[in-house]
Design a protein around this ligand. Structure first.
Ligand code: NCD
Length: 315
């Protein structure tokens, strides 16, 4: 694997290898000294052209725990705000002798362009409404931890699918791992072309959650309503959206006790997810954040040190 740009870059073996490596990496989180040696002397740059809390800090922690030097460059406070082009910014950063670039950009496809301009590995940390492969990996990690292997499992992904890069990456990766996905959204938030995605679709959340459409669900992933990407009226009011598509306490009761609830964060409490659901014992939200560090350690490790794997370095 040279880059990680899309969940489609991962075949089943590679995806499982990352998830297994992440499991070994996870042990570091509970140690007093959170440091492993494999990326000593390597430099990873986080190049973020869009806001982020968890993804940026999680890549930073992941790199540091593997002993890499990690530098953060964000659009605000960089020459991008002086009008420099994406290509010039990227080539400038790469010219400093960088070993890997982790890039987030608000334009779909921008990260794949970056990968064409530089020689070092590039990781897509979210490009527009397109893909967010490490989010899908951390979701799969959390699901696997709770449910075991994902073959034959049924995952409902609910909410603003049109603007979600998380949805597309999850559909691709969950499918690769043998799971079934049903996307649930109002027609206005279901992307055109979804018919060609390897998943089922529904507009009826209650029918999906109660198992009346498509059979029992094994997990529910709620997605944020991405107001910053909306330019028109996608639904009549927030109140109506919450009533039809929010994971309310009543809807939580439609699910079996052991059905986990996921959300990539940041959450709009009271809109797509109620506090009862977000804070319930079935919520994997904080486990997802924890998994994010392990999975990103695994990805950086496999991209930068994978060829010289000495497994004692990561145990
Ligand atoms: C997601 C993102 O930025 O795409 N969040 C994240 O990375 N944790 C989802 C979102 O913003 O809703």
């Amino acid at each position: 694997m040279k880059n990680l740009l899309s969940a489609a870059d991962l075949d089943r073996n590679e995806a499982l290898a990352i998830l297994d490596t992440a499991r070994r990496m996870h042990a570091v989180q509970t140690r007093e000294v959170k440091k492993l040696p494999p990326l000593r002397g390597r430099t990873v740059v986080n190049l973020f052209f869009e806001d982020s809390t968890r993804t940026r800090s999680s890549f930073e922690i992941a790199g540091k725990w593997l002993s890499a030097d990690v530098i953060n460059v964000s659009a605000k406070g960089s020459s991008v705000s002086k009008g420099e082009s994406l290509r010039d910014t990227v080539l400038t950063v790469a010219a400093m002798g960088v070993d890997a670039l982790v890039v987030r950009h608000n334009a779909s496809g921008a990260v794949a362009r970056v990968a064409q301009w530089v020689d070092c590995p590039v990781v897509n940390a979210g490009d527009g409404t397109h893909e967010h492969p490490t989010q899908a990996l951390l979701d799969a990690y959390s699901l696997r931890n709770r449910l075991g292997e994902l073959d034959g499992r049924h995952v409902a992904v609910v909410g603003d699918i049109t603007h979600s890069r998380v949805a597309r990456s999850n559909v691709l990766l969950l499918r690769t791992l043998g799971a079934r996905v049903t996307l649930v959204a109002p027609p206005t938030l279901m992307p055109s072309g979804v018919g060609s995605w390897p998943c089922e679709t529904s507009w009826d959340l209650d029918a999906v959650l109660s198992g009346k459409a498509g059979g029992d669900v094994d997990a529910v992933m709620m997605l944020r309503v991405q107001r910053e990407r909306m330019s028109g009226g996608y639904f009549p009011s927030e109140h109506e959206y919450a009533a039809a598509y929010g994971l309310s306490p009543e809807r939580l009761d439609l699910l079996g006790d052991d059905v986990p609830v996921l959300h990539p964060g940041p959450m709009n409490r009271g809109l797509e997810i109620s506090s009862a659901a977000a804070d319930s014992s079935r919520s994997l939200v904080l486990e997802q954040v924890q998994a994010g560090v392990s999975v990103r350690m695994a990805v950086l490790y496999r991209l930068l040190a994978g060829a010289t794997d000495t497994s004692e370095e990561v145990t």
